[in-house]
Write a new protein. Structure first.
Length: 251
């Protein structure tokens, strides 16, 4: 069990506040964490959780997912008005907190794109899954990998297919963000197909299929072990992926 010792952002993994992201600021006499929905300077409401229910590791996808959940809850409250005023204020504070963290991570990753010389990992994704792809790209870059993500790697005025081709040629790892939309995309099929052909001749190249819904991988890819990246599995799946990538690039 992780022992949280440093004050700051935490993710609640279980219990009545499961999924919430807040700021750990203190511990009560029962050793429970006192968690605010934002930096304590900005809010007064808080809740308490046990040490075992929280973690200081917050994957980027969890931030994006929590923002979506909060927006859904607040939108629903506009018509039903089912939330007490205090709870609505807590959600609004948490939304600002999560949004600030997510924006800071994306900006940091985009800045890293400006200085990386060569791509190690190519992220192949459907345009529908861009938010998830940004999240995993951010987590990979925070872990020290150089990444190709079309949304950040291709600037205005540059030739799209030329840049994608260069990214595929340079990369030694391909991450397939498999979903129903991915399987329908001709461009995505071209990307993984090109890299698959490359990997047949270069054994140092590795394909990492990750599935984000209930889709099955393409027939040619089904022989490769995949990871399930949805729900509560994201953090553990990300850890497994990072271990495999580090092992690959340490050779």
């Amino acid at each position: 069990m992780e022992k949280i010792t440093n004050y700051g952002p935490i993710l609640i993994r279980r219990g009545p506040y499961k999924g919430r992201i807040g700021y750990y600021d203190d511990t009560d006499m029962d050793d429970k964490l006192i968690v605010y929905p934002n930096v304590p300077t900005y809010c007064s409401g808080y809740y308490k959780v046990s040490q075992s229910a929280a973690t200081s590791v917050i994957p980027t996808a969890c931030l994006a997912e929590r923002l979506s959940d909060i927006d859904h809850e607040l939108y629903k409250n506009c018509s039903l008005e089912h939330l007490p005023a205090e709870e609505e204020i807590m959600l609004l504070h948490e939304r600002v907190f999560c949004s600030d963290m997510l924006t800071a991570r994306h900006l940091r990753s985009m800045q890293k794109f400006q200085v990386q010389n060569k791509t190690e990992v190519f992220i192949s994704h459907s345009s529908v899954d861009l938010a998830f792809s940004r999240a995993i790209a951010t987590d990979l870059m925070d872990a020290g990998f150089s990444v190709f993500l079309d949304d950040w790697s291709i600037n205005i005025g540059e030739r799209i297919f030329e840049k994608i081709s260069t990214g595929l040629c340079e990369s030694k790892a391909l991450i397939m963000i498999i979903s129903k939309d991915y399987l329908k995309s001709v461009c995505c099929t071209d990307e993984w197909g090109a890299f698959y052909g490359k990997a047949l001749h270069d054994k140092s190249c590795v394909i990492y299929p990750i599935i984000i819904d209930d889709s099955a991988p393409p027939a040619l890819i089904s022989q490769i072990k995949y990871l399930q990246f949805n729900g509560d599995e994201y953090a553990s799946a990300l850890s497994t992926l990072l271990i495999s990538l580090r092992e690959q690039f340490s050779k």
